[in-house]
Design a protein around this ligand. Sequence first.
Ligand code: BTN
Length: 244
Amino acid sequence: MRHYKLIKLNATKSTNDKVKMLIKSKKISPGDIVWADYQYKGRGQYKNTWNSSKGKNLLISVYREFKGLSFKQRNYINFVISLSVIKTIEQYISNDNFIKWPNDILSGQKKISGILIENNIKGKELRNSIIGIGINVNQTRFRNIPNATSIKLISNNEIEIEQVLKKLIKNIDEHINILIVKDFDQIMNLYNSKLYGRDFCRFLINNEIFQGKVINVNPSGSIIVEINGRGIKEYESNKIKILL
Ligand code: BTN
């Protein structure tokens, strides 16, 4: 197994922010992972917050370098990380797990994990990435968070968080290896096979709700959808939202 340093904290503002600080002070190397029991200002996509009860869930940020990957290819990091997370969830919950493009992992039509990847770019090259992952493990009550679930809520089992972490790290390494050998087709096929909404889903476009289905996601990270009565269209992630 690959060698890495695991930096375990009781509490921090956000594990992604902690990695940024450690990069500045040169106290972290590519491959290292920051793991916290609690975040007092956990961050989500689109400036949202990520709230998680103390000690109940997995909250990590993985610091990785992607040498040879161009800025344009950065979407593949999201694809391989989503695949790693869903594989980890599948090791506890056998069915009804999906990737809800662009960044959520669903189990039983509810959100079980969120991913926040922050890339450091220089020119056209990707320098490094901070890969923040939150997986709801043992939390069973989600106040003011609609559509959230956890491994415990679905499987009825209390799970050791460190065990989930170990499985996740192994799955991340395996999927990043597919990226290192540049098997982009395999990544796209795997990713598209896990997408939520391929039979039916609702979309929010310009504040209007539409029905249709997801066709696939392309390598540039846009989604191709079929909208009932409107045909097949392509959208970037800031133009369309998949509704639960
Ligand atoms: C989202 O679904 O909006 C993304 C949520 C990402 C949450 C994780 S928890 C660990 C890491 N640190 C953060 O502050 N955010 C990510």
